[in-house]
Design a protein around this ligand. Structure first.
Ligand code: ADQ
Length: 447
């Protein structure tokens, strides 16, 4: 008989949005959908609201079906120091290996620790003795240690969605040992890849901490994408896209506007394609969808200005009165529409300078038509790269390499595209979101 699982408690920076009919929306929510719907779940996160005083002692709760959402508010100072400061101006660039970019302030670290403790205190007021607790991502590394300090004895797991840097980089983090020590609070530590596990374990070993990280590669729900992509055929958006392309091949990029995603490098690579392989001019359109994210962090605003300039420059150089080579949008696109766009694209272009996994690469593969699949050009620095043997792999720092790969991708015959796609699709199917969540929770709840 199947074991009755204890309640699942998820802690992440934000709680998921609930759409109509209690469907979960958002990346992490989609990844955890199976786990959340299969059992009673409590999910704690920040409400998105800034208040005069923090109210961790009294999280707001809201129940929809078997899911309870609990939220806490943060003060403006907490949001600025914890989220904008330490999490996104220090840990995010450092963990992605952006040498020179991280900005450290002791006051931000203090606020990070304070807010992690706040999450722990809020959770403690709601926690039952046999709950399984799963903490997510770089914003909440020390939450487990704060829970232990508050006397919590439950099983607690942690999953890091972004890469973990090698020791020589991690050691540049002032007081980094404090962060390392807090990993010891967790019963299971999950990271995306073996390289991340090796890096974190090397740091832990150097600091004489016994905890060990293991890889659990996150994935998507491929059936969802395949169905949405097939259903998009003939939809109004699809027809509009088709009409606007006028039979041209489509190269598609989809990312949050983030300096880890290699967007200027990608734009330069596309420009090199048009420069070095002029036969593609007027025959190819590059659509880059990049909604603004973390607009309150200075580096993101700088990046946006750079991309605005580059997009104008490229179109200025290569456009004709009836042809615009680069279409650059700062809006998000609904998932079902996006799935149809992936399917229409001859090339999916994914060029992060470093990425924990990169779900866009997997979504692109899942959305293809098996008879006429497109090709994927993928950075070797995405966590997804090791399993994607069928992709055309690039080092995104070299625009000429991107140009060569785009040229090769546009020239591939259908037989070779099918062979490459079959191997990539097998990888996407072998490592889905549901498999990821089950593997992690089985490990955490193993007796
Ligand atoms: P992200 O850095 O956000 O995730 P990614 O894995 O690519 O990167 O996921 C982005 C998600 O947002 C995808 O599901 C994508 O479809 C969606 N998205 C992006 N741009 C969009 C747009 N313009 N319109 C609509 N949807 C859009 C972090 C880590 C990754 C890791 C994931 C999951 O940085 O490395 O893969 O978490 O662990």
């Amino acid at each position: 008989m199947a074991r009755v699982r204890p309640r699942l408690v998820i802690v992440s920076n934000r709680v998921p949005a609930i759409r109509a009919k209690a469907a979960l929306a958002g990346g992490l929510a989609v990844a955890l959908k199976d786990a959340v719907t299969a059992r009673d779940t409590l999910w704690l996160g920040w409400s998105g609201k800034e208040t005069e005083s923090a109210q961790a002692e009294r999280p707001h709760t809201r129940r929809t079906g078997g899911l309870t959402l609990a939220t806490i508010d943060l003060t403006h100072a907490q949001y600025a120091g914890f989220y904008v400061g330490f999490a996104n101006s220090m840990l995010w660039p450092l963990f992605h290996g952006r040498v020179g970019q991280p900005a450290f302030h002791r006051s931000d670290l203090a606020m990070y620790l304070e807010v992690n403790t706040l999450y722990a205190q809020a959770l403690k007021t709601l926690l039952k003795a046999d709950d399984t607790v799963w903490v997510h991502d770089y914003q909440l590394i020390t939450c487990g240690a704060a829970l232990r300090e508050a006397g919590v004895k439950n099983r607690i797991g942690f999953f890091l969605h972004i890469p973990f840097p090698p020791p020589f980089l991690f050691e540049t983090l002032p007081q980094g040992e404090q962060l390392l020590r807090s990993f010891a609070a967790y019963d299971v530590i999950g990271v995306q890849t073996q390289d991340d596990a090796d890096n974190l374990n090397a740091c832990l070993a150097r600091a004489h901490i016994v905890a060990r990280a293991e890889p659990f590669a996150i994935g998507i729900d491929p059936d969802l994408y395949a169905k949405a992509a097939a259903a998009a055929d003939g939809s109004e958006d699809q027809l509009r896209l088709e009409g606007s392309l006028g039979g041209r091949a489509l190269i598609l990029g989809v990312d949050r506007l983030d300096y880890t995603k290699g967007l200027p490098e990608r734009f330069r690579g596309f420009a090199q394609l048009l420069r070095r392989y002029p036969e593609h001019c007027k025959h190819v359109t590059f659509l880059q969808v990049a909604p603004v994210s973390r607009g309150d962090v200075a580096q993101y605003r700088t990046l946006k200005r750079e991309l605005d300039g580059l997009a104008g420059k490229i179109n200025g150089e290569f456009a004709e009165f009836d042809y615009v080579p680069l279409r650059y949008l700062n809006t998000a696109i609904a998932r079902d529409t996006l799935a149809g766009f992936y399917r229409r694209a001859a090339v999916g272009l994914v060029t992060p300078l470093r990425d924990g996994m990169n779900l866009v690469a997997k979504e692109y593969v899942a959305a293809q038509d098996a008879r006429t699949p497109g090709a994927l050009v993928l950075s070797r620095f995405a966590g997804a790269a090791s399993a994607m043997q069928g992709a055309l792999m690039v080092n995104p720092y070299d625009p000429d390499e991107i140009a060569d790969a785009l040229h090769a991708a546009l020239k591939l015959g259908v037989a070779e595209r099918r062979t490459r796609w079959r191997s990539m699709n097998a990888a996407v199917q072998a490592s889905t979101a549901a498999i990821w969540a089950r593997a992690f929770l089985d490990r955490l709840e193993a007796e």
